[in-house]
Ligand binder design. Structure first.
Ligand code: ADP
Ligand code: MG
Length: 286
């Protein structure tokens, strides 16, 4: 009877737009006791907007123009927002001769003439520009730092709204017996903590890298542990969890390949839905 039940579970999941790699995923998911969520693009929509540009050594317009030039070479969810903001202001972008995306940190680009632009998190910019004061932000906002030739050019304030069903999904998982729920994010602590508070998560691991995300997931108890993530940088941690669920989206092909399940409908509530399907399926199978 078991294989039939698992096939039923997999087709229930498919109707929810959740692709499951095999029946054993449902079995593990039904036992899950802890969960970790990536923030950017997972708990948040990953459809960010540049809401403000704060000038530093360069004007607001120049800061945005240079940042957008570099972001053309990034697959991060914020890159799209920065490019769209430059386009909306009809800014002509300078030519990039070389660019490199540094996962969870940002992007570095060389322009014709040798100017070097960095766009990303504070630590990435402080490597070249020295210590920078942290700006005051509203909930759901992240400051994207821009440096030009080792000097802070300005800040882009990016707003990345929380997904509509995020809080409800966390509450449903808790009600289903998932005792420990954490955020594991590459973003800085204040932004991560404001999101955690809004969705009802008590534990925050901020400024993580793809490698430290893996270490954190391995240490989480009780097990089994579920990881929900999206970006390229989440591929290792999705593979390291007992069950990895990927939110499909921009730049997430690699994440999807290393996950046990993939949500293709862009709705985080599917995490709780498929957890429910798994428990029902295992109940029928046993
Ligand atoms: P998460 O782990 O929550 O998905 P990421 O690791 O993708 O977050 O990114 C962490 C932080 O790094 C972002 O919040 C942003 O501040 C910064 N960052 C990374 N890449 C970029 C980029 N290309 N442009 C702007 N900011 C970036
Ligand atoms: Mg992410």
């Amino acid at each position: 009877a078991a294989p039939v039940a698992f096939m039923g579970g997999m087709s229930s999941a498919a109707r929810l737009n959740v692709i499951i790699k095999d029946g054993s995923v449902l079995e593990t998911l039904a036992q899950v006791r802890s969960a970790a969520f990536d923030k950017t693009g997972t708990l948040t929509q990953g459809r960010a907007d540049v809401v403000e540009v704060r000038p530093g050594a360069r004007t607001a317009e120049e800061t945005l123009r240079l940042a957008a030039a570099a972001e053309q070479y990034s697959v991060h969810v914020f890159a799209e927002a920065v490019i769209a903001a430059a386009r909306a202001r009809q800014l002509a972008l300078p030519e990039v001769t070389e660019a490199e995306e540094v996962a969870t940190h940002g992007v570095r680009a060389s322009l014709t003439g040798g100017t070097v632009v960095r766009v990303g998190k504070p630590a990435f910019i402080e490597e070249v520009a020295g210590p920078i004061d942290r700006p005051a932000l509203r909930a759901g906002e992240t400051a994207v730092y821009v440096s030009v030739d080792d000097e802070l050019a300005g800040l882009l304030i990016v707003s990345d709204p929380i997904r509509p069903h995020a809080a409800e999904t966390i509450a449903r998982l808790r009600a289903a017996g998932v005792a420990e729920i954490a955020i594991v994010t590459g973003d800085v602590a204040p932004t991560a903590e404001s999101v955690a508070q809004l969705v009802g998560i008590g534990t925050v691991h901020a400024e993580t890298t793809p490698q430290t995300k893996v270490e954190i997931i391995r240490a989480i108890r009780p097990r089994p542990v579920l990881m929900v993530g999206d970006g390229i940088n989440d591929a290792p941690v999705l593979a390291a969890a007992d069950v990895g669920i990927a939110m499909a989206g921009r730049g997430s092909t690699v994440a999807s390949e290393s996950a046990a399940a993939v949500i293709t409908s862009n709705d985080i509530a599917r995490v709780a839905d498929v957890a429910h399907v798994s428990r029902r399926t295992v109940h029928i199978a046993l």
